[in-house]
Design a protein around this ligand. Structure first.
Ligand SMILES: Cc1ncc(COP(=O)(O)O)c(C=O)c1O
Length: 421
């Protein structure tokens, strides 16, 4: 690889390893990743936080090589529950009672009273028959889709769905077919193409890279016409959307038309884990065949105890959600005044779309981080090559001053260079 060619490549180019040795990475990858320009881009990843993922946090060895306080717009701690005093207290009490880990898979010794209660509480919250828990959201999508589908079936997904959904189809051995983002005609054509197959449609409540919502009313109409069930990934919308925080399905008033309701505990809940809600008979079946449920250790009981408290705190009234939406409003108003491309976001996930230059994205990210704003660049192939971006995760914990300060830094380090170029 010639030095001039380095920036023509991306992480998308090295998935095929052409070296003879399994334990050797591809030679071209080594040349590429060791180039100082790529190293600069890689230095944004895995910067260690020294404190909780709150709006004001400290990054060890930040981008300038020293530990510094930052305004954090990157964590998914949308409601601030990760450090909520009642949630922390519930975790601490449970550590003292149960120890740290579950020490077993859920089917054997890994299910505790905490897991049973929490699954009941989540099912009740979502208005579903039953719920099963997974060690992570990723494992939840993987396991549920694997258990629901088999060779010969077709998983029909919105083309902006998360990697865990794609990997689920692969684990199931099912064919993967995607329709154009939020496009009912494209969905209709795809369901038509595979009309003789068993099909499942997957959409996300809030799309994680764009912050827009699934157009459930029109997509559901198509699915119902074809009599195909819908699986919704409410990773970024559970506890955030809807009158009671149940998600985007509640927001549109269509919860009873959804077959499977999936969520993670790693976003608004402030912890880790995944959950899948559906009818009792299919949950019972999935428990027997979802490998990430069967062959992985169950969630640690203290995490489950903390997540029970997160659910209680977030649903006892709407105050945290109200504060989040006030913050989203303030952020959006400030950013719109800066003439930035915010895509179609309708949620607490707000992209700032920069365009097709990876180098420019990294230069802007460097400038923002050097000014103390922890805002991560999202590069191709995580997003389309022409849609490289920053992604803001708004949190209820941000103060008005935090938002104003963050927007001033965005104006100086991102908006001005973009608008002048
Ligand atoms: C839409 C979506 N689904 C699933 C997941 C996986 O969840 P987790 O990170 O909790 O494993 C994510 C994570 O970012 C996501 O954005």
């Amino acid at each position: 690889m010639k030095p001039d060619d380095i920036l023509k490549f991306s992480l998308a180019d090295f998935t095929y390893n052409d070296s003879d040795e399994v334990l050797s990475p591809p030679e071209d990858f080594e040349t590429w990743i060791e180039d100082p320009r790529v190293q600069m881009a890689m230095s944004f990843f895995e910067q260690p936080l020294e404190e909780a993922p709150t709006p004001r946090t400290t990054i060890e060895r930040g981008i300038s090589g020293e530990s510094r306080d930052m305004i954090n717009l990157t964590s998914y701690n949308y409601l601030g529950l990760s450090t909520h005093p009642e949630v922390v207290e519930a975790a601490v009490e449970a550590v003292e009672e149960y120890g740290v880990g579950a020490s077993g898979a859920a089917m054997l010794s890994g299910t505790f009273d905490q897991h049973i209660r929490f699954a009941e509480e989540i099912a009740e919250f979502k208005g579903r028959d039953d719920c099963m828990l997974y060690p992570s959201g990723y494992a939840g999508n993987l396991g549920a889709i694997q258990a629901l589908l088999q060779r010969g079936d077709v998983l029909v997904i919105d083309d902006k769905c998360h990697r865990s959904v794609v990997d689920g189809a692969q684990l199931a051995g099912a064919r993967l077919a995607s329709f154009r983002h939020n496009d009912p005609e494209s969905l209709d054509a795809m369901l038509q193409r595979y009309e003789d197959k068993r099909r499942l449609v997957v959409v996300e409540g809030v799309y994680s890279m764009d912050g827009d919502l699934a157009d459930l009313p029109s997509l559901l109409e198509v699915c119902e016409h074809h009599e195909v069930p819908v699986y919704i990934d409410e990773a970024h919308s559970s506890l955030v959307f809807g009158e009671h925080g149940k998600g985007v399905a509640e927001h549109f008033g269509v919860s009873d038309r959804i077959g499977v309701d999936f969520g993670t505990l790693s976003k608004a809940f402030g912890g880790i884990g995944g959950f899948v809600c559906a009818d009792e008979d299919i949950i019972r079946y999935m428990k027997c065949y979802a490998s990430p449920f069967q062959f992985s250790c169950a969630l640690p009981p203290p995490i489950v105890a903390a997540m029970r408290k997160s659910l209680e705190v977030a649903t006892r009234d709407s105050s945290l959600r109200d504060k989040l939406w006030d913050n989203v409003e303030q952020f959006r108003t400030n950013l719109e005044a800066l003439n930035l491309d915010l895509g179609e976001s309708e949620s607490q996930v707000i992209p700032i779309i920069v365009g097709s230059s990876g180098q420019q994205l990294m230069e802007l990210a460097l400038a923002a981080q050097q000014r103390g704003l922890y805002l991560q660049p999202i590069d191709f192939p995580a997003v389309e090559a022409h849609g490289r971006r920053f992604r803001i995760s708004v949190s209820a914990q941000l103060t008005e001053e935090d938002i104003d300060e963050a927007c001033n830094i965005i104006e100086d380090t991102i908006a001005k260079p973009l608008n002048s170029g």
